[in-house]
Design a binder for this molecule. Structure first.
Ligand SMILES: Nc1ncnc2c1ncn2[C@@H]1O[C@H](COP(=O)(O)OP(=O)(O)OP(=O)(O)O)[C@@H](O)[C@H]1O
Length: 297
């Protein structure tokens, strides 16, 4: 069953085409990560799913209904990039206020605990640190005990330990069968937590699959070594699709044919050391995908 369905969605702002024919199904109970460079249309897509804006063309369904429908609103929780939390309320007051908007909310203490806010429950929202404010936004998203949870760049501003506890809480929600749609620029987080990754570029879907299949579909490897080769020489090696080199000669190459690259180094008697060949990470796959020119049409 799909919790979210977008079909042939366009969204234009004046002359800007933020979404172009976006078609996307999010299956219930899955954690889907939406990735894409700045301006790809991720936040616009989420605002349509939340019923905050209407598509210019196409249809958006959440839990089988128009997202503006009251029953849908009761079933979704959202952690926006920037939340307008009343600054004069305490953390507990803000969470309590939000819990009253939902028919079957979590206990306020439970939401505070999930978001690691029990220690600062009495503090005013306006006095929170950046990371604490993100955690309050998370508490407000989960307190309604929603079926579908939208997390827009949730961990931005959180320190390493907050981030770890945050992902543990998200894992718990996933285990409880919640549908989670996440946008992030931290690709290693998507790789670790997502069942499925959807890469967007220029308003539509560029690639869609498990983290493993996505990595596999671009089949990139990284080849790193130290040598005297300059950037132009590295880029001219057979099979190299991207290269960087620093002032100490540390080269970092992206390629689908690591063997070809090594063969060329040996054949040309190019001295190198500190060789390292690794499988593509999701980040490499993502860079390869979004660097390819968009097909016309
Ligand atoms: N209200 C608006 N008015 C005009 N243009 C907009 C509006 N909202 C979004 N856009 C434009 O639509 C495009 C998609 O923006 P969107 O915020 O959805 O991208 P994003 O993938 O979320 O980017 P980021 O990673 O930077 O958050 C951009 O070109 C943006 O400038």
């Amino acid at each position: 069953m799909n919790a979210i369905e977008l079909s042939g969605v366009d969204k234009t702002f004046g002359k800007v085409e933020a979404l172009r024919g976006l078609t996307l199904d999010v299956r219930a109970g899955e954690l889907t990560a939406l990735l894409g460079p700045n301006g790809a249309g991720k936040t616009t897509a989420i605002s349509l799913m939340l019923g905050l804006a209407k598509p210019t063309r196409g249809t958006v369904r959440v839990l089988g209904e128009d997202p503006k429908h009251d029953t849908v609103r009761a079933g979704i929780g959202s952690m926006p990039q920037e939340s307008a939390i009343p600054q004069a309320l305490t953390v507990r007051e803000a969470v309590t206020l939000f819990s009253r908007l939902y028919p079957a909310p979590l206990e306020v203490n439970k939401a505070l605990e999930l978001a690691q806010l029990a220690d600062v429950a009495g503090r005013r929202a306006g006095a929170l640190s950046g990371g604490q404010a993100r955690r309050l936004a998370f508490a407000l998203a989960v307190v309604g005990n929603p079926q579908v949870l939208f997390l827009d760049e949730p961990t931005t501003g959180m320190d390493a330990s907050s981030r770890q506890a945050f992902w543990a809480a998200v894992d718990g929600l996933k285990a409880a069968g919640r549908t989670i749609l996440l946008t992030t620029h931290y690709l290693e987080e998507a790789e670790r937590t997502a069942d499925r990754v959807v890469v967007m570029n220029a308003g539509s879907v560029l690639a869609d699959g498990t983290p493993e299949s996505l990595r596999g579909s671009v089949l990139t490897s990284r080849v790193r070594f130290t040598s005297d080769l300059v950037l132009a020489e590295l880029e001219a090696l057979p099979g190299v699709e991207g290269a960087t080199v620093d002032s100490r000669g540390h080269a970092d190459l992206r390629t689908r044919q690591p063997e070809e690259v090594l063969r060329a180094l040996y054949a040309r008697n190019i001295p190198f050391n500190e060789l390292e060949v690794s499988r593509a990470s999701l980040e490499d796959a993502f860079l390869t995908l979004t660097a390819e020119p968009r097909k016309a049409g």
